[in-house]
Design a protein around this ligand. Structure first.
Ligand code: NDP
Length: 278
């Protein structure tokens, strides 16, 4: 019998802590969110972030640019936000339209305000174990495991997916917490042989029902990062929940697992950035 890791519930508790700390310190943090174009999924994510900001007492500054915005326009605007003493955190909602070089644009964010933690400096600090800001989804996974008292040290953690946004940073954090980490990707051979060795299996692939019963060891802790639509258009993760729930000891749902934790970590990072800027 598995236990559900309720990210929604844990995220609410973390947001309450953030709210209390902001009030106790008398801070007035502002999170600037840059949105380019009209991506419908981005709209939902930006709304969720805005709601979370309202909940915890962070001012949310949404900055909208047209689909045909230029790199120069965005970089100039980021420079202004970097300079502004009123802005604690800056994030650029991804994906950006194809004509824009996301990496180049993200690099312009002041690392002290880089609450998504995507700049090279913050990525380097993460791998050196010298970070203050860690990528939100990766950190959210660690906090969720901690909340459920799941031991990480010495465990074999298999991460499926090697993106800069999820796969690599979560691998870095698991390594820092003394897990033995294997990272898999689309060129990994005999994937099920590798995933079946995982004590903690984290899937960040983006394919519905990708991880099936036969790929999971009995008693494994399974974390589903994927946000996908199934054949009926319903929200689902990477894990075949029904099958894998037979094997897992702990399991995250989609929705209500890693997603809300990501937003809660964004609030936490904005608070950290605001404290550092004081
Ligand atoms: P990317 O598309 O950037 O990365 C997907 C990764 O999966 C790649 O490393 C790719 O390998 C790997 N992959 C693809 N096919 C296979 C395969 N057959 N076998 C093994 N590995 C494979 O996605 P993201 O990391 O940005 O996101 C992953 C998922 O997580 C998406 O569903 C996204 O929506 C979701 N997400 C959820 C968040 C949350 O808060 N819950 C936050 C961010 C993302 P390769 O590198 O070789 O191409």
């Amino acid at each position: 019998m598995y236990e559900l890791m309720n990210g929604k519930e844990v995220a609410e508790k973390i947001k309450l802590q953030v709210k209390d700390e902001i009030a106790a310190l008398g801070l007035d943090p502002t999170l600037a969110v840059i949105v380019v174009g009209n991506d419908p999924a981005s709209k939902i994510y930006v709304n969720n972030k805005k709601k979370a900001c309202e909940q915890v007492g962070i001012e949310s500054l949404e900055c909208y640019f047209k689909e045909d915005a230029t790199e120069a326009e965005l970089i100039n605007f980021i420079d202004e936000l970097n300079e502004s003493p009123c802005v604690s955190g800056i994030l650029v909602q991804l994906p950006l339209p194809e004509h824009l070089n996301a990496k180049k644009i993200l690099e312009h964010i002041d690392p002290a305000k880089d609450v998504d933690c995507f700049t090279s400096i913050n990525t380097g600090k993460l791998w050196l174990g010298e970070y203050e800001l860690a990528p939100c989804t990766a950190m959210g996974i660690i906090e969720l495991l901690d909340y459920y008292n799941i031991d990480i040290a010495g465990k074999h953690c298999v991460v499926v997916g090697r993106s800069n946004i999820v796969g690599k940073p979560v691998a870095a954090l698991m390594l820092e917490r003394n897990a033995t980490v294997t990272i898999c990707h689309s060129k990994t051979q005999n994937l099920s042989d590798v995933t079946r060795k995982a004590d903690i299996l984290i899937s960040a692939v983006g394919k519905p029902k990708f991880i099936t019963w036969g790929m999971v060891k009995d008693g494994a802790v399974v974390v589903d990062v994927g946000i996908n639509r199934d054949e009926d258009g319903k929200l689902c993760g990477d894990i075949d929940f029904k099958g894998v729930s037979d094997r897992a000891s702990y399991l995250t749902p989609v929705p209500g697992g890693v997603g809300p934790m990501t937003v809660a970590m964004l609030m936490k990072n904005t608070l950290i950035a605001a404290k550092n800027l004081q």
